[in-house]
Write a protein that binds this ligand. Sequence first.
Ligand code: EPZ
Length: 420
Amino acid sequence: MEKIVIEGKTKLKGEVTISGAKNAAVAILPATILINGICTIDNIPEISDIKAYCEILERIGVKINRISKNTLQIDTRNISSIEPPLEITSKFRASYYLTGALLGRCGHAIVGMPGGCKLGARPMDQHIKAFEALGATVDVEQGKIEVKAKKLQGNSIYLDIVSVGATINAMIAAVLANGTTTIENAAKEPHIVDLANFLNKMGANIIGAGTDRIRIQGVKELKKEGTYSVVPDQIEAGTFMLSAVATRGDITIKNCITKHLESITAKLIEMGAKVEDLGGDAIRVSMNKRPNKASVKTLPYPGFPTDLQPLIGVVMSLAEGTSVINESIWDSRFQYTEELIKMGAKITAQGKVAFFEGVEKLVGAPVHATDLRAGAALIVAGISAEGTTQIYNLEYIDRGYEDIEEKFRKLGAKITRVKE
Ligand code: EPZ
């Protein structure tokens, strides 16, 4: 078993470069199935969710050539199965995009119900509604979803809930359908825009991604080759912004899109941090005092992202006064608070609300990552805390952060990974 060991009380200082966005890459990889050709995708983060995705794609006949650490050449000319291996699809959430992609390309897919971080109920009713609107039959049986259609037909899809996954799955399935599809009440996250940019570069006809109405004019086929570079990771950038504040440090974050960081920037300024947009693709965040208390409600983009909720929870644990978080996306995203309490935080979490009575300092302790972002939050807590922190369940962290220890080490953290 591996664990991360942190000797704490370090003010993080220096520069960090952000990797490609996990949640964009895990949508673009399956979307390459629509191409029936060869494309080269750059800025793909080297993380375990991507490794798992590549393994699934290879098992259904896709040839993947790793050109460099972050560049993959993907050949989807010879898809040999519409039933990806259940033992891998069940490991992570984004495997559900294979349903839309195989349905779009082959008119048939049998995909195991996805796994992923346990954040409460994660139903797929809106995905199913979208596939059915496009004319597919959908059967859910024995942990698998089977979708079938002779030829998908464009239609108007109104999502009852703003869902990232359902918006992406509907968009992927509609690219090669007959006629026009409109997705109303669509999610607007940067990774949705990035997927649309990729598909359009490959010959799709999608307009409105980034607004709540996306229109997809079906095309007969996509181009047989092309290149694309994945957008920088908004959540990784936010993680480092929040780590500068939690450790009272000074970090310049490079290769980020500052527009994607507006809700985080506004909240950090409210909490007393200095945030400078350095122009181009960099932002500098510094903090030299205890943060002010604040109140946060997580919302779909452009609201405050749920994926940074555990990270701002660390900052609030160290703030002056009592802060509050309303989690409006997931039913069960406060499990990490029990770990922070072991480190001296004073938190009361009930249902989807948590109160953080700020303390002067956190103290190192053995803790367990309860999901991906919770793991990142514990690292930041450990760096800010007095004494030694040991973090277990690293498989969660490895799913979504590329070179995380190395990036924190370069900023001055005393962080190592050891085998027990
Ligand atoms: C994506 O999950 C992200 N995952 C999550 O990031 C992120 O927390 C979430 O969007 C919200 O931003 C990926 O992109 C791979 P949703 P997704 O569908 O698509 C409900 C991380 O840490 N809902 O937008 O699964 C659902 O229960 C991960 O990187 C339905 O009711 O999220 C939730 O309450 C964790 N029916 C809400 O909608 C549906 O059919 C939003 O979920 C679909 C969703």
